[in-house]
Design a protein around this ligand. Structure first.
Ligand code: TXA
Ligand code: MG
Length: 335
C-alpha cells in the first residue's frame, strides 16, 4: 500500500524510512515533497534518480526550526534572521551559504543551500521524528506539474514510493525562494510571499523581471507543466475564438479562465482571487491532463503584483521544451 493515512504510527514508520536512507513523499502547505535524509548523499541521490532530475538543480532542505537551519549554514545573515522571524514556518525558502555537513548533491555542487521550515503539521512531525533535516523537491517527475494531492504523487511514481496522505495542500504553488546569502537580497522564484512582503522586512530587493520573460517565452525552459500543451491568452473572447478554431480541426481545447459564472463543459472558471486560484491551479491542470484534451487555453490573470506567482507558473507551463530549437539557430549538429 503506497498511500499511508498520516496517523502517528505511519509518521513514525515514515521517519524510520528517512533515517534508514529511504524516500518518503509527504504533504507540505505548498505542494507534496519527495523527502530523503539531507545529510546522507546516497539517500539524496535516490531523489535525483526517482525524479529524473538533472544534477545541476539543487534541492531544498526542510527543517523544524531556525536553530536546525542555522546548523546547516556557515553564515546566517541578518536578512535571513528577519525573514525567518516573519515568515517561518511558512512558504518561504532562504538560500544561504552552506555548512560542510550538507552533501554536494543537495546544493548541486554550489556554495549555497536552500532551506525552508514548512508550516504543515505532518511535515513538521515527520522532520521532528526523523531527527534529521529532510531534503525534498516537489514530488513530481522533473519539469512536470507539482503534486497538491497524494493521488498526483501516485500518478507520477506508481506504487514505488511511500506517500503520507495529508489531503489537498492549502497553498497549492511552490514556496518563494529568496537568496539572502549576501548583502543583496534577491527573489529567485515567486510565491505567496510577495516582493512587497519581503521588502517590508529587509528593505530594497532585486526581483525577477517578468516582463522580460513574457517577451521571450522561448528563452524559458519548460517547467511546472502539464502533459497537455498550454497556450496563453490575454482575454476570454480570444480564448473562445481559439477554442472554436481547434474544434473545427477536430481538437478538444479546454479553457481556464477566472471570474464568476457557469463553467461550460470545456471551461474551468477559477476564483478571481490569487490565493484561491493558486490553491486550485495544479489540481485543475492535473484533471485536464487526465481527461485527455489536446490543448489548454489559459486566460492570464492581470499583470498585477498579487498575481505574479500565478502568472509565473502559467508562463512557465506554456514555455517551449527546447529554447534552442525555438530560437531559430541551426547547425549545432553539423559536426
Ligand atoms: O514549496 C516548495 O518549495 C516545495 C516543497 C516540497 O517544499 N519544494 C520545491 O522544491 O518546490 P523544488 O526542488 O521542486 O524547487 C526548488 C527550487 C528550484 O528551482 C531550485 O533550483 C531552487 O529552489 N533552489 C534550491 N536550492 C537552491 C540554491 N542553493 N540556490 C538557488 N536555488 C535553489
Ligand atoms: Mg519542483
Amino acid at each position: 500500500m503506497p498511500v499511508w493515512p498520516a496517523t502517528a504510527e505511519h509518521i513514525t514508520q515514515a521517519a524510520d524510512r528517512i533515517r534508514a536512507g529511504g524516500l518518503v513523499a509527504f504533504p507540505t502547505e505548498t505542494v507534496y515533497g519527495l523527502g530523503a535524509n539531507a545529510l546522507n548523499a546516497q539517500a539524496v541521490e535516490k531523489i535525483f534518480i526517482a525524479k529524473g532530475r538533472p544534477s545541476f538543480n539543487p534541492v531544498i532542505v526542510h527543517v523544524a526550526d531556525v536553530e536546525q537551519a542555522r546548523g546547516l549554514t556557515r553564515d546566517w545573515t541578518p536578512s535571513a534572521d528577519k525573514l525567518a522571524a516573519a515568515y517561518w514556518p511558512g512558504p518561504l525558502t532562504l538560500v544561504l551559504r552552506r555548512s560542510p555537513v550538507i552533501p554536494d548533491n543537495v546544493t548541486a555542487g554550489g556554495d549555497t543551500v536552500g532551506i525552508r521550515c514548512p508550516n504543515h503539521p505532518i511535515a513538521r512531525e515527520l522532520i521532528r521524528r526523523s531527527g534529521v533535516p529532510i531534503a525534498a523537491p516537489s514530488a513530481n517527475k522533473s519539469s512536470e506539474l507539482s503534486p497538491t494531492r497524494a493521488g498526483h504523487v501516485v500518478k507520477a511514481f506508481g506504487d514505488s514510493i511511500v506517500i503520507l496522505d495529508g489531503g489537498p495542500c492549502s497553498i497549492g504553488i511552490e514556496s518563494t525562494v529568496v537568496d539572502v546569502s549576501g548583502p543583496e537580497v534577491q527573489i529567485l522564484r515567486s510565491g505567496l510571499i510577495t516582493p512587497g512582503m519581503i521588502r517590508e522586512c529587509v528593505g530594497p530587493i532585486t526581483t525577477p523581471r517578468e516582463s522580460a520573460i513574457l517577451r521571450s517565452p522561448g528563452m524559458l525552459k519548460k517547467h511546472y507543466a502539464p502533459r497537455t500543451r498550454v497556450e496563453l491568452h490575454t482575454r476570454h473572447q480570444q480564448a473562445l475564438r481559439a477554442q472554436a478554431r481547434y474544434a473545427n480541426e477536430g481538437k478538444t481545447a479546454i479553457i481556464i479562465t477566472l471570474g464568476v459564472g457557469e463553467p461550460g463543459s470545456e471551461e474551468y472558471i477559477l476564483p478571481d482571487d490569487p490565493s484561491t486560484y493558486a490553491r486550485q491551479l495544479y489540481s485543475t491542470l492535473h484533471a485536464i491532463d487526465e481527461a485527455g484534451a489536446d490543448v489548454i487555453l489559459v486566460v492570464l490573470p492581470p499583470d498585477r503584483p498579487e498575481w505574479q506567482a500565478v502568472r509565473d507558473r502559467l508562463i512557465r507551463a506554456a514555455a517551449m521544451d527546447d529554447p534552442v530549437a525555438e530560437s531559430g539557430h541551426t547547425g549545432s549538429d553539423s559536426a
